[in-house]
Design a protein around this ligand. Structure first.
Ligand code: SAM
Length: 472
C-alpha cells in the first residue's frame, strides 16, 4: 500500500469525525469490498439468480448487496444481461438521499449531470416512476459510450443520454425537478480500492477540483426548478470539495445569484456509521463516509433545495411544445410497419416510434413533448430503445431491444446454459438447436442476452461486435 499523502492526513486532522489511527489502519489492511446493486426491473430482489449464498444487504439501499468475494463479472452472462450493476456501497446512499427529499411516485424530470459510467444513473432509473424522465449526461465524449452501454443494459426506455457541457443546461431554465451532481473530484475516497491513485493526489489538484465543482454547479443550477432538489456528491475527503462547496452554495453563491439554495438534513441510522457534518459558515449539512466507519469507500453527499427565487432568473419555464409531435415522424411508417413494431414490445400503445438514419426508436408516449425540448437544447447520444431497422416489412432487431424491459414475451426465446451463453457473448459460433427458424431471443436464466437468427444449417450470432467479451 502506498503511503497516504501527509498533506491529506494533516488537512483531515481538524475534522472532528476523523480518526487518524483507524483511517490509516483500514487503508493499510488492503481489505477490499465488493458490492452490487440488482436491477429491480430485471431480477428484482431475486437474489438466488446471482448465487445461492445468503448475501449481506447494503443497509441504505433496497437492492444493494455485498459479495463475499469478487468474481469475474466478465464471465457472468447475467452481468451482460443488465441483471445488476457493480457499484461501490457508499455511493448507493444516493437512493436514501433521494427517497428522503423527493416524492418519487410523481412524474419527475431528473438530470444526472456527471453520469459516466452510469452507477448513479442506473440507481436513479430504478427508483423513479415509469412516468418520469432521466437525462443522463456525460461531458467527456470518450466516456459517453460506456454510459450509453450501461444504460442500454439496464433496459429502461425513459432515459435520454446526452453529451453536453454543464453550461449547455442553461438552455433549459427551470426544467428539472431533481439534479444530481456526482462531481469529478480528487478521488481520495477511492485510495483503498485503487492505491495507485495515491500518487496522483496533490493539494493543488484538490483546489483545482473545488474550482471546477463550483463552476459546474454554477452552470447547472439555473436548470433546476424552483423548489427542486439538488444532490451533490464526491468521492473526496477534502473539505474544500465537500463542506466548503456546500457552504459556498448556500451562502456566497446564493448571495451573488439571488436564487437561494438551502441545505437539507437527512436522517441516518446510528448503526450505519455515516457521519453528519455541518459546514463552517452556513451550517449546511453534509454526510461523510469513511472506510473505517462504514462498509464502503470514502464518499460525501449533501442535499439542497432551491427556493422560489422571485428574481426571474430561475422561474422561467421552457415553452411548451405540446402538440408539436411531428407528423412527419409518424407518417414515415406504414400501418403494416407500425403493426410489426408493436408486435415486438409490451404495452405497445404507450410508445411512439421515430426514425433516425433508418433506425427505429421506441419512446414512451409521455415523453413525446419532452424529446423535442431536449433535442433542441442538447446533443443526444441515445434516447428510448433502439428497435432496429425495418427492411421490406421485416424488423432487423437491435441489441438494445433484446436487453430492454419493453421486449414482448411473445418473441421466440431460447434459454441457454452458462457455457453456451459465454460462447455467444464472445461472438463465437454457437451450437444449439433452436427448434425454429428466424429471429430468436437468447436468454440465460430467463434473462435476455441478445439475438440470434436461425437459418438453414446455421445460426448467426448478432451480439454487438464492440461489446464482445475477449476474456477466456
Ligand atoms: N456518476 C458516475 C457514476 O456513478 O458512475 C461517476 C461520475 S465521476 C465521479 C465524475 C464524472 O464527471 C466523470 O464521468 C467525468 O468524466 C465527468 N466530468 C469531468 N469533468 C467534468 C466537467 N468539467 N463537467 C462535468 N462533468 C465532468
Amino acid at each position: 500500500m502506498n503511503t497516504l499523502p501527509e498533506e491529506l492526513i494533516r488537512s483531515l486532522r481538524n475534522i472532528e469525525s476523523f480518526n487518524e489511527e483507524t483511517f490509516k489502519a483500514v487503508h493499510e489492511s488492503g481489505g477490499q469490498i465488493t458490492s452490487i446493486r440488482l436491477n429491480p426491473k430485471k431480477i428484482g430482489n431475486r437474489q438466488s439468480a446471482i448465487g445461492n449464498e445468503q448475501l449481506e444487504r447494503v443497509p441504505w439501499n433496497e437492492y444493494g448487496y455485498y459479495l463475499n468475494e469478487r468474481p469475474s463479472f466478465t464471465l457472468d452472462p447475467l452481468f451482460h444481461a443488465g441483471a445488476y450493476y457493480v457499484q461501490e456501497a457508499s455511493s448507493m446512499f444516493l437512493e436514501e438521499a433521494l427517497k428522503q427529499t423527493v416524492d418519487l411516485a410523481k412524474p419527475l424530470k431528473v438530470l444526472d449531470l456527471c453520469a459516466a459510467p452510469g452507477g448513479k444513473s442506473t440507481l436513479i432509473q430504478s427508483i423513479i416512476s415509469a412516468a418520469s424522465l432521466l437525462v443522463s449526461n456525460e461531458v467527456i465524449k470518450t466516456r459517453v459510450h460506456i454510459l450509453a452501454e450501461n444504460i442500454t443494459k439496464w433496459g429502461a426506455a425513459n432515459v435520454i443520454v446526452t453529451n453536453n457541457d454543464p453550461s449547455d443546461f442553461q438552455r433549459l431554465p427551470g426544467y428539472f425537478d431533481v439534479i444530481v451532481v456526482d462531481a469529478p473530484c480528487s478521488g481520495s475516497g477511492l485510495f483503498r480500492k485503487d492505491p495507485a491513485a495515491i500518487d496522483e493526489w496533490s493539494e493543488n489538484n484538490v483546489l483545482h477540483c473545488a474550482q471546477r465543482q463550483q463552476r459546474i454547479l454554477e452552470h447547472v443550477i439555473p436548470a433546476l426548478k424552483d423548489g427542486g432538489i439538488l444532490i451533490y456528491s464526491t468521492c473526496s475527503y477534502s473539505k474544500e470539495e465537500d463542506e466548503a462547496i456546500a457552504d459556498w452554495l448556500v451562502g456566497q453563491r446564493t448571495a451573488t445569484c439571488g436564487s437561494a439554495v438551502g441545505s437539507l438534513q437527512l436522517a441516518v441510522h446510528d448503526d450505519w456509521g455515516i457521519v453528519e457534518t455541518v459546514s463552517e459558515k452556513e451550517k449546511a449539512y453534509g454526510y461523510r463516509f469513511y472506510p473505517d466507519k462504514v462498509k464502503g469507500e470514502g464518499f460525501f453527499i449533501a442535499a439542497f433545495k432551491k427556493a422560489a427565487s422571485g428574481n426571474g432568473i430561475n422561474n422561467e419555464t421552457i415553452p411548451s411544445r405540446a402538440g408539436q409531435r411531428s407528423k412527419k415522424k409518424t407518417a414515415v411508417f406504414t400501418a403494416k410497419e407500425i403493426e410489426i413494431l408493436k408486435s415486438y414490445i409490451i404495452h405497445a400503445d404507450d410508445f411512439f416510434f421515430i426514425k433516425q438514419n433508418e433506425e427505429v426508436i421506441a419512446m414512451p408516449l409521455h415523453l413525446e413533448n419532452e424529446l423535442p425540448v431536449i433535442q433542441s437544447a442538447l446533443y443526444l447520444k441515445k434516447a428510448g430503445v433502439k428497435m432496429g431497422t425495418l427492411i421490406r416489412n421485416e424488423l432487423i432487431p437491435d441489441h438494445e431491444l433484446a436487453v430492454s424491459n419493453i421486449i414482448s414475451d411473445s418473441i421466440p426465446r431460447l434459454d441457454i446454459e452458462k457455457e453456451t451463453a459465454l460462447q455467444y457473448l464472445r461472438r463465437e459460433e454457437i451450437k444449439t438447436t433452436p427448434g425454429k427458424m428466424g429471429w430468436i431471443l437468447l436468454t440465460h436464466m430467463q434473462l435476455p442476452i441478445g439475438w440470434i437468427k436461425a437459418i438453414t444449417n446455421r445460426i448467426n450470432n448478432y451480439y454487438p461486435a464492440s461489446w464482445r467479451i475477449l476474456n477466456k
